[in-house]
Write a protein that binds this ligand. Structure first.
Ligand SMILES: [Zn+2]
Ligand SMILES: [Zn+2]
Length: 162
């Protein structure tokens, strides 16, 4: 991994963490603040170690002082991260519409659980399908189309480039 790859992976995790709280708090308040960040924290630690390893191999290859190379490498990662995050818009929420559930018994297309009428956090992507905001957000962080009909997310929205 080089600086750009480390920066990309880090940005992705930070992005997920940042939006996680917001989306979970909207829809499933009880899940916010539970141990769900463990995987992300572990990944962040791994990426830090990769930065370290990268600096170590460079220092060895160039016969240079490790501390100095490490500082350079860390700075390189930060620069790339800044660039990536500056281009970032919310990849999912920008492409979703808020909806209200009119019919009793309508189920979320992701989790198949019933959505309650009056549920404030129901979203659609512009096709006929509706989902819990939390469920479709998670889905769309992996794929960019409706899980039921493959209707694409609005292509005019500039999505996270990581
Ligand atoms: Zn759902
Ligand atoms: Zn659909």
């Amino acid at each position: 991994m080089d600086e750009l790859q480390i920066a990309r992976a880090t940005a992705q995790i930070l992005y997920r963490l940042e939006h996680w709280g917001k989306i979970v708090a909207d829809h499933r308040p009880s899940e916010a603040g539970t141990g769900r960040f463990d995987g992300e924290e572990l990944q962040l630690r791994k990426l830090k170690r990769m930065t370290y390893e990268l600096a170590r191999s460079r220092a060895a290859a160039d016969c240079r002082d490790f501390e100095a190379v490490l500082r350079e490498t860390e700075q390189g990662v930060m620069v790339e991260m800044g660039r990536i995050l500056a281009e970032t818009v919310d990849p999912v929420l920008e492409g979703l519409r808020s909806e209200t559930v009119a019919e009793e018994g309508e189920v979320c297309g992701v989790c198949q659980e019933e959505m309650e009428s009056g549920d404030e956090d129901v979203k659609s992507m512009g096709c006929a399908h509706r989902f819990h905001g939390f469920c479709i957000w998670r889905w769309l962080t992996e794929r960019k189309s409706c899980p039921l009909c493959r209707h694409p997310l609005d292509p005019t929205v500039q999505y996270l480039k990581v």
